[in-house]
Design a protein around this ligand. Structure first.
Ligand code: DQA
Length: 137
């Protein structure tokens, strides 16, 4: 089972960024724990702050991997291109958000990913990623 977590802009700052919303853990520490907990899954991680790099990665893995866990971060709410990439591939995509985007500003209520995601996990902190992983397994 080959699964990749793809994180969008500013998620490289987890641990430092608005810890009241996003928590105090770094993604690297969380990811290492997740890999140890699921040793039978080939779990990969990619992060970029650049929209086109995210699209390129989605295309690259989207015809061979068993699942994509995608937190497109702010691009969730703006990127027709990432939405189209999710639609174009065959690998199932689970959309994830750390915070409950529906409890926040109205511009976060819109997602270009959701219409083509297999499922959505929102608002459970970093645990959202693990719930998405379990759903793919
Ligand atoms: C986020 C929610 C987005 O609205 C925000 O722009 C992010 C993170 C989340 O995981 O809660 O950067 O995707």
């Amino acid at each position: 089972m080959k699964i990749i977590i793809i994180n969008g802009p500013n998620l490289n700052l987890l641990g430092k960024r608005e810890p009241d919303i996003y928590g105090a853990a770094t993604f690297e520490d969380f990811f290492a724990d997740l890999q140890n907990k699921y040793p039978n899954v080939e779990l990969r991680y990619f992060q970029s702050n650049v929209e086109g790099e995210l699209i390129t990665k989605i295309q690259e893995v989207g015809f061979s991997y068993d699942g994509i866990i995608l937190n497109a971060a702010a691009y969730t709410h703006t990127s027709v291109g990432i939405g189209d990439a999710v639609k174009a591939i065959i690998t199932p995509v689970i959309e994830v958000h750390i915070s409950n985007t529906f409890a926040r500003e109205s511009f976060r209520h819109q997602s270009f990913i959701s219409p083509n995601a297999k499922g959505i996990v929102i608002g459970f902190g970093l645990k959202s990623y693990e719930l998405a992983l379990q759903s793919l397994l």
